[in-house]
Design a protein around this ligand. Structure first.
Ligand SMILES: [Zn+2]
Length: 678
């Protein structure tokens, strides 16, 4: 489990079909910041601020057929995709004068785009992996075979890598976490509402179809799919749900390797660790011990043929996006159409840009940064981060509910947050990763292996805090509680988030809040449990912690009451960290704006005061249309609240908002009681 808190998980897809069919390499116009044309003036801002700020945008921006949601993040992601495509098309020519970085990204992209070559090879590149599964003679071989699959990136049973020790975060320790499920959360296997039951039936049909595509008879495939569903349900029984995974105490169980072996007698850990060529170690973090026991029972209680079916399925599932067309389309049919409600597969070039970014992010990122992110931009962003840090410092100092003792610790933690802006100081070295022109599946498998080994080698080594978990073109940001740093990739540092030409109010309402949001993550229900060094340590007085929990409960109750679509409630506890960060980020960015205005009201632009522009700018970064399926998926399994509530849930807690728009005390956008922690 990557212990990274992201600003938004809704950033993966982007497209407007039709453009893709042309040979036009010019990126569409970059998205605009503050947009008067997005506003719907027929809506009263004190009744529904989200629809006031976004109403016209929502009407004019339907979801493109290859998307499951369409918002401002997607617009920018789309824009970045075109920039990346330009880079990749240039480097994909077989030019001997390319340097090795450009050769890798160019040949990777070229091979990915060569659908005819991929289709003519069929599934042959997967054969060694499937053979290793089918050739097993006894269950004692499962651990060794699983090692080979993990090295190729197959997500079967569990995840294994090196991660910072929660209690000694300067050092990486071996870490084993739950994994191996085909649905987004364990609860999907047990919810008994009609939609969940139907989704499970469709998954079973999808698994069977994939087996048929690989050559099984329909009868055999149907039986194997049933077996896979049973095994995954048993694994899900032992899994933690997403809400519990956010609790550090529930995912930290350091123990000697011998204890893990005792806990899982049917699984040969020595064989597994030898197979993956793990550095030696004596103790490890077993994130979810109950899951490991469940996995052991799955291996012990099923016959070998059943375990083989499960491993074959997970192998096909992992490789599906880079396999021949029939697999890609079947994979999209379930994960795109059924689960998310998209209507069409994204054009091939967009998928290939995405895969290149996933597998060679810091190679592709070098050219991207050179093209779009000059050093002045980095200096500007850093200045703004410092302003937001100053605002948070003032906010903490003035809190009435926190004692001086805990404040001192909080301020110490704040002062030691590292700011990482744009791109890494030192680029990742891909020289040991062999990218072969014309071998798309091989490239993908070797890239998986490269990444697996890179993570594995961390075991026992000091933590490298300069490393990034997102590539430079990513439209997102994160705070890492184990490293106490904030990370803002170059991809998000442009309109609509940061606009050099816009007035202060607009930038504080957008990128200012994003920066404040990430800083606040250091002090949400999860981040607050880690200290300035990134260690899991209680630095609070008991009285302050009690106060904090009480104030946080207000957010839990507030967001629990929000309904998405027809019937799904937002999970107040799952989204607590993000909601705390949204609310805190707005408060401190608003403070920074007032500071920049120097105590004056500031001048009106387009009939809006600076404070009104600040709130509208914030709301407009969340303008987003989504399919009912996507909204449901997000509410059931994502730590971020639905966009509408990221806006209305926050502004309704702020007296500053009510004042700026002259809302009466009984207006819907004036919450009683208002929730506030930071
Ligand atoms: Zn966040």
């Amino acid at each position: 489990m990557r212990r990274v808190l992201t600003l938004s998980a809704v950033v993966l897809f982007a497209a407007i079909l039709g453009w893709a069919q042309t040979a036009n390499n010019n990126p569409p116009k970059a998205p605009a910041s503050f947009d008067l044309n997005a506003i719907d003036k027929s809506v009263d801002p004190c009744v529904d601020f989200y629809h006031y700020a976004c109403g016209t945008w929502l009407k004019n921006n339907p979801i493109p057929p290859d998307q499951s949601s369409w918002g401002r993040f997607n617009e920018l992601h789309e824009h970045n995709q075109y920039v990346l495509r330009g880079i990749l098309e240039k480097q994909s020519a077989d030019n001997p004068s390319r340097n090795s970085v450009d050769q890798k990204i160019g040949d990777y992209y070229f091979s990915c785009m060569d659908e005819a070559a991929i289709d003519s090879k069929g599934t042959a590149p997967l054969k060694p992996y499937i053979d290793s599964i089918n050739n097993m003679q006894s269950k004692s071989e499962v651990a060794g075979v699983l090692a080979g699959l993990h090295k190729a990136g197959v997500n079967a049973f569990f995840g294994f890598d090196g991660e910072p020790d929660f209690k000694d975060s300067k050092v990486n320790i071996a870490t084993a976490n739950q994994g191996g499920l085909s649905l987004p959360d364990r609860d999907y296997y047990f919810n008994d509402d009609a939609k969940s039951v139907e989704l499970r039936q469709k998954l079973e049909q999808h698994i069977a179809k994939m087996f048929v595509l690989y050559g099984e008879s329909p009868a055999q495939a149907a039986a194997d799919a049933k077996t896979v569903m049973k095994i995954e349900t048993d694994l899900a029984k032992g899994s933690l749900n997403r809400t519990d995974q956010r609790d550090p105490a529930k995912v930290y169980h350091k123990m000697p390797l011998s204890e893990l072996q005792k806990m899982t007698p049917a699984f040969m850990w020595n064989q597994y660790l030898t197979g993956i060529q793990s550095p030696s170690f004596e103790s490890l973090n077993v994130g979810m011990p109950d899951f490991m026991k469940a996995m052991d029972q799955v291996v012990a209680n099923n016959d070998l043929a059943a375990v083989k079916s499960y491993l074959r399925w997970q192998t096909l599932r992992t490789a599906a996006p880079v396999l021949p067309k029939a697999f890609v389309e079947e994979n999209f049919d379930f994960y795109g159409r059924t689960l998310r409600g998209a209507k069409e597969l994204r054009p091939r070039w967009k998928r290939c840009v995405q895969y290149t970014d996933n597998d060679l992010g810091e190679a592709l990122g070098q050219a991207y940064v050179a093209e779009v992110y000059p050093p002045e931009a980095k200096a500007r962003t850093l200045r703004m981060v410092h302003e937001l840090e100053a605002a948070l410092k003032q906010d903490i100092s003035e809190l009435s509910w926190m004692t001086p003792e805990t404040k001192k610790q909080a301020l110490e933690k704040l002062s030691r947050i590292d700011n990482k802006i744009g791109y890494p100081d030192k680029w990742r070295d891909y020289s040991t990763l062999n990218i072969v022109r014309g071998d798309a599946i091989g490239n993908s498998l070797r890239a998986n292996q490269f990444e697996f080994n890179r993570q594995l080698k961390k075991i026992g080594q000091p933590v490298d805090r300069s490393e990034w978990e997102m590539s430079p073109p990513t439209v997102n940001a994160y705070y890492n509680p184990l490293e106490n740093n904030v990370n803002f990739p170059a991809g998000i540092l442009q309109p609509p988030f940061y606009d050099q030409k816009a007035d202060d109010a607009v930038n504080y309402g957008a990128i200012g809040v994003v920066i404040g949001h990430e800083l606040t993550h250091g002090f949400d229900d999860q981040g607050s449990q880690f200290d300035a060094d990134g260690n899991l340590r209680d630095w609070w007085t008991p009285k302050d912690r009690e106060q904090f929990d009480k104030l946080e409960q207000c957010f839990v109750n507030e967001y629990d009451s929000f309904v998405v679509g027809e019937d799904v409630h937002i999970k107040g506890k799952l989204t607590l960290g993000e909601n705390t960060a949204d609310n805190g980020g707005m408060i401190i960015s608003h403070m920074a704006l007032l500071d920049a205005l120097g105590g004056k009201p500031g001048k009106e632009i387009d009939d809006y005061t600076p404070e009104q522009r600040f709130f509208i700018s914030y709301a407009q970064i969340w303008c987003q249309n989504e399919t009912p399926q996507q909204a449901r998926l997000q509410a059931l399994s994502n730590e971020h609240s639905d966009p509408k509530y990221r806006v209305n849930g926050v502004v309704s807690n702020m007296a500053e908002f009510a004042k700026a728009f002259g809302c009466k005390p009984d207006a819907p956008m004036v919450r009683k009681p208002a929730c506030r922690v930071w």
